[in-house]
Design a protein around this ligand. Structure first.
Ligand code: GLN
Length: 185
């Protein structure tokens, strides 16, 4: 199995130690050729506006959408979750394949970046220190979307079939549980 890390911009390198410990092969995805031959994809945190611009510029957006429609598992982290969302700040999202609505940078300045203890029953985690960095808020989840974890009332880890999104950054923690879960999808 070859895991792709979208490497156009953002925090993709932080995923590498996790994937190494999980014992899976990985590659950085920066063009259509590589995008066409990976088995699954992590879209990292970063700036969703910049990443969506590069996806268009490098002519990768349509192929990515096609591969997702054909069943490729994808995990969107923070900005990656924004790219996957069907609705972003009331407008259609860039990749737009996951039926959730998000508001970018919704937690305001003071709490834009913080660590919150959260429970994730699906992964047997209690008080997992979820790291939020200028995170989006998931305002609505559509049909078929399962919420695996919440912050207050807000979903922060959602999944629909082979697509998952976290508004926080598991790659910044030392354990590999989210990576293992994604690899198992
Ligand atoms: N605020 C960023 C955005 O809107 C996301 C931040 C992140 O990925 N840590 O794209």
């Amino acid at each position: 199995m070859l895991v792709g890390l979208l490497g156009l911009q953002g925090a993709f390198l932080d995923h590498i130690p996790h994937l190494k410990r999980c014992g899976v092969a990985y590659t950085i995805v920066r063009d259509r050729e590589v995008l066409g031959r990976i088995d699954r994809l992590i879209i990292p945190g970063g700036e969703s506006t910049v990443m969506s611009k590069f996806l268009l510029e490098f002519n990768m957006l349509q192929l990515l959408t096609q591969r997702i429609q054909d069943g490729m598992p994808v995990w969107g982290v923070c900005a990656g979750a924004i790219l996957l969302a069907a609705q972003v700040d009331g407008r259609p999202g860039s990749v737009g394949v996951l039926p959730i609505s998000v508001t970018r940078n919704a937690y305001g300045r003071q709490v834009a970046s913080d660590t919150q203890p959260v429970d994730v029953p699906q992964l047997n985690l209690l008080n997992y220190p979820a790291i939020f960095i200028r995170a989006p808020r998931i305002d609505k989840v559509g049909a078929g979307v399962t919420t695996h974890a919440v912050r207050g009332q807000d979903p922060i880890f959602v999944q629909k079939d082979q697509l998952m999104a976290t508004t926080f950054h598991p790659e910044l923690n030392s354990d590999d549980c989210f990576h293992r879960y994604f690899i198992g999808l």
